[in-house]
Every structure is written in C-alpha cells, then in structure tokens.
Design a binder for this molecule. Sequence first.
Ligand code: SAH
Length: 373
Amino acid sequence: MNRSRNIRSVLPRELEDLLLRNGHPAYRVRQILHWLYARRVDTWEAMRNLPESVLRILRENYEIRPSCTAAGQAIRAEDESWKWLWQLADGDYVESVLISAHPGRTGEVARRKTLCVSTQVGCAYGCVFCASGLDGFKRNLTADEIVGQVLAAETQLLAPDSENRSERRIQNLVFMGMGEPLANYDNLLPALTILNADWGGGIGARRITISTCGLVPGIRRLVQEPHQFRLAISLHGPTDEIRERIMPVNRRYPLKDLIEACDEYVSGTGRLITLEYILIANVNDDPALIRPLGQIALRLRAKVNLIPYNRVKGLDWRRPPENRQERFVRELEALGVSATLRREKGHDIDAACGQLRRFVKRSAHPVSTNAAP
Ligand code: SAH
C-alpha cells in the first residue's frame, strides 16, 4: 500500500515551497492551514476559497482524511475522565484518555482538560508493569495520527450540532499514552509543532508534556529544540537494581547516564523536569528508597509525581496501601523535595496506557458504548 502523506503531517514551510514552486502565492498556505486546523474540514472540496489549480497540487501530493476514527463511543469514568479507542487507517488501534483537571461536581462542567496522547502502536521497551508493551511493538504513529487524536477528541467534545468547529476544548497534552514518544522523535516533533502553533492546535508549549522511560539520546536532542515543551521522566526506581528489574531500558541507559542527560536538559534549557514514580507494592515502595529518590530529585531540582499503580488485567502487580503511599510524600517533603501523590484518575475505565486496546484486541465484542460527552 503506497499512500501519500496525510496533509496534517506537513509543516507550513513544505506547503509554501510546494506552492511557490508551482507559481502560487505564499498566502495560500495560511488559507490551507485555516481549513485544516480552524475549520477542520476533511475534504479538499470544502476549501472553498482555493482555486482548482491549488487544490489539484494538494490532491496530487497529499491525502486529506481523518487520521483517527472513534471505534465505538467514548468510555466515561466516574471522575469525568474519558477514554477513546481510535482506529487508524490501517486498522490498528490506539487510545487517548481525557482527564479533567477540576472534576466538576454533579452537573458542573469541568474547566481544564488534559488529553493523554499515544505516540506508537504498542511499545518496544517492555516495562514489566505496563500494558502497552505486553504485545510488543507494532509501529510508530505518523505525525497526523498524533495530531489526529487531539483533533478527534475535540470534535467528540463538541455538541453534535455545534457549528463552531474551531472552539478549543483541550488545554493540556501529556504524551503518556501508548508508546515511547522519544523513540518516535521524527514524527513527534512535527506533531508537537502543529499542536503548539497558533495556526494549529494553539496549545501552549508549557502545557505540553513529553514523558519518557529514559531514552538518553532523545533527551539530549530535546535540549536543542527551541520549544518550551515540558519533560517528565518515568523513573520508577532510584537505584539501577530496582530500575533494571522493572524497566529493561535501564540496561541500555543506566541511571548515571540518565541523570547526566537530565542535568544537561535542566542546565541547557533552564526548564525543570518532573520525575514520575509509580508506587508498586513490594517492588519499589520500600521506605528505604525514599532517601535515594529524594537525592535524585534534589540534584535535578525536580518535582516528584507519585502515582499509585493501576492494576492491569493479566499482571500481578498491585499498589501499596494508602499509608505507605502517603509515607513517600511525607518523607520526600521532609527532605525538601516537592512531591505530589496523584489523585486517582480514570481507574474504573482502565486508564493506564494500553489497557483498552488490549481489551478490544482480545475480545470478540466491540467496545462498550456508554453515553457520549
Ligand atoms: N513511554 C513513556 C510514556 C508512556 S507511559 C514513558 O515511559 O514515560 C506513561 C506513564 O504511565 C509512564 O510513567 C508509565 O510508567 C506509567 N504507567 C504504565 N503503566 C502503568 C500502570 N499500570 N499504572 C500506573 N502507571 C503506569
């Protein structure tokens, strides 16, 4: 199958080169971007102010179609989280989870919304606790498939009869869905550029967080980028021994190298990072680990996000009891580390990465169809 590229993977500079080479004025690019990201049309014909000669060039070079279509309706959690399973053009599935920052009380509309976005189909890194890697790695998402999750989620959040397709519903993005974002750097960066641009998604760079299991070369590449994207490191263990047991990537990039790259990131960009630490009972929740964890955080001036483990069907890992979770926050704070215990989001909809896709792949039945937003 030799598809042409989806136009929502393409940056304006390339469009401009193409149009100029064919004798068309550069301002056509602005018009095209407006149709793609403000009006969000999915056919060439809908771009009504473009002459046929321009449309012909676009048609010859690109495809226009939604990159993600909802497979069933969104699944809704009690806490106002939403989860979508998207089907891609080749039949693969990825998922996005929408988290409301201030879960509204009954009947109240929650304000800030964060979408958790996937970057790959499957994952190659095999963290032992994570559902995404259980079936291995399938492929990288293209830039338009990354952008498409956000556009499709926003469309789903609009009332079905809404005329105003350009209204923005999602204010924050976290790349904590399926896959390892920094292993798909060459598609991730154009997608982030589109999602961040005023003409595109309009989501501020400081409201976009890239999460990595610790790919040192990718972290170093990020230091060179002009954008102000945020970086989160999935640490999950403060010693090589613990990290290696649960995250095979630590063999390739041991803690010393990872921390050095983080140091370079912090000094090179002037931006602080967040350390993610899932708490898994009897694996990384020994209070003796609080001090080494705190030392890493203090050295990097990083905030620590503690996340009680979300159970994954088929895996035996569990979260520690609440008093043990709270001891981590308390004692980290006593060391002078800024730490938060993440409030539960989406636990009842299997919001941990990769879980919904696995459920659908394994089940003969379609996704359950709860009410739409
Ligand atoms: N590959 C990237 C991003 C995807 S995972 C990374 O590793 O950061 C996003 C976060 O969810 C990671 O911190 C990951 O370790 C965590 N995670 C995976 N499975 C989880 C589970 N069952 N419960 C809680 N967090 C989980």
